[in-house]
Design a protein around this ligand. Structure first.
Ligand SMILES: [Zn+2]
Length: 157
């Protein structure tokens, strides 16, 4: 399922690597821990950020992917579409497979994606005082979610 990275995807990855270091530095300076981030390249060419939101009530947690999608919708409307979404998960050591979006996020990514939208699943880890990005696995959302659930689809037409 892996594909060769497009120029757009390489730009998204490069943006994500810088943003992860910036956000993790902020978190670290305030006693926080590394977290899962997500970055979206929209059909308009703009990039939106998201991070896993973990308040004290567990069921109120929002995945990084959905945080980024909410920012996309806020800035561009419900007709905005994802061209590529990157998910970056902190790992203690290089894993054989990178974390993929959860079922709920797969549905919502699919809902707001172009037909050929890609999902880039990246690992990051600390190395000394900085972070490294040892592995990335690439998918198409239509491969991760081939038979989508379609509740009240007319509402989104
Ligand atoms: Zn999720």
């Amino acid at each position: 399922m892996a594909h060769e990275l497009t120029t757009d995807e390489q730009q998204l990855i490069s943006y994500a690597e810088k943003a992860i270091i910036r956000f993790n530095t902020i978190r670290q300076n305030h006693g926080g821990i590394d977290t899962l981030y997500s970055f979206i390249l929209s059909d308009s060419g703009k990039i939106y950020d998201g991070a896993c939101f973990e308040p004290s009530i567990q069921q109120a947690t929002i995945c990084g992917e959905r945080h980024a999608i909410a920012n996309l919708i806020l800035q561009e409307s419900y007709s905005a579409r994802i061209r590529s979404i990157l998910v970056a998960d902190p790992v203690p050591s290089v894993q054989n497979v990178s974390t993929t979006p959860c079922g709920t996020c797969r549905h919502i990514i699919h809902q707001f994606s172009t037909p050929e939208a890609t999902v880039l699943c990246m690992q990051y880890m600390r190395q000394g005082t900085t972070w490294v990005f040892p592995r990335i696995d690439t998918y198409l959302i239509k491969d991760l979610y081939p038979y989508p659930y379609t509740p009240n689809e007319h509402l989104w037409d």
